[in-house]
Design a protein around this ligand. Structure first.
Ligand code: GAR
Length: 209
């Protein structure tokens, strides 16, 4: 099974969704480390109670490159082959991002490319959108800009506030992330994924002819 490190800064509900999904026999990944830039993060305590190895390093007083490098060292030490950002509220520098290129995923609470950055729920409501949702994407040096691996769309209700909408997007995130991560890391063994890729490649071939 592919080894995954999860990075978080907050409550860690996405980490929990990833972890619990990994307990199914057919999960193509396992969580080998949960790491945080906040030693008091709730998600870190949860991981500890679930007997998952943890690592914490407060970023205060450290520059970004130095902090990234220490996180990176702990991640490599854990044997992780992939990193899943799950509410890691610190922008990663170019060095760590390029080192993990293609193996660093993030979940973002909007239907990218809409609403990169913060306050996505309030922005979707202000725009009068009919739907909202979440995206899992590969991380590139540009914020919330990498290739999208999967999305889940949900309805915006007329009575929604940023809080009620955020809560329902979270439900969607918990469905989306384990599935997309599993598909991505297990892609070599996934016949559906291979078939899809073969079709895409055949289509690209036809289009260039
Ligand atoms: C999630 O909604 C995630 O999409 C968001 O932080 C929350 C973490 O919640 N991430 C970002 O906004 C990254 N730009 P959690 O700690 O309960 O998983």
């Amino acid at each position: 099974r592919a080894k995954v490190a999860v990075l978080l800064s907050g409550t860690g509900t996405n980490m929990a969704a990833l972890l619990y999904a990994s307990r199914f026999d057919d999960s193509p990944y396992e969580i080998v480390l949960v790491a945080s830039n906040d030693p008091d993060a709730e998600g870190l305590a949860l991981a500890r109670d679930e007997n998952v190895p943890t690592f914490a390093l407060a970023h205060r007083g450290m520059d970004r490159t130095e902090h990234d490098a220490a996180m990176d060292a702990a991640i490599r030490e854990s044997g992780a082959q992939y990193i899943a950002l799950a509410g890691y509220m610190r922008i990663l520098g170019a060095e760590i991002v390029s080192r993990w290129e293609g193996r660093l995923l993030n979940i973002h609470p909007s239907l990218l490319p809409k609403y990169k950055g913060l306050d996505t729920h309030a922005r979707a409501l202000e725009a009068g959108d009919a739907t909202h949702g979440c995206s899992v994407h590969l991380v590139t040096p540009e914020l919330d800009d990498g290739p999208v691996l999967g999305q889940l769309e949900i309805a915006i209700r007329s009575e929604d506030t940023p809080e009620t909408l955020a809560a329902r997007v979270k439900f969607a995130e918990h469905q989306l992330y384990p599935r997309v991560l599993g598909r991505y890391v297990g892609r070599c063994y996934d016949p559906d994924w291979l078939l899809q890729r073969v079709r895409e490649l055949a289509l690209a071939q036809v289009e260039t002819e």
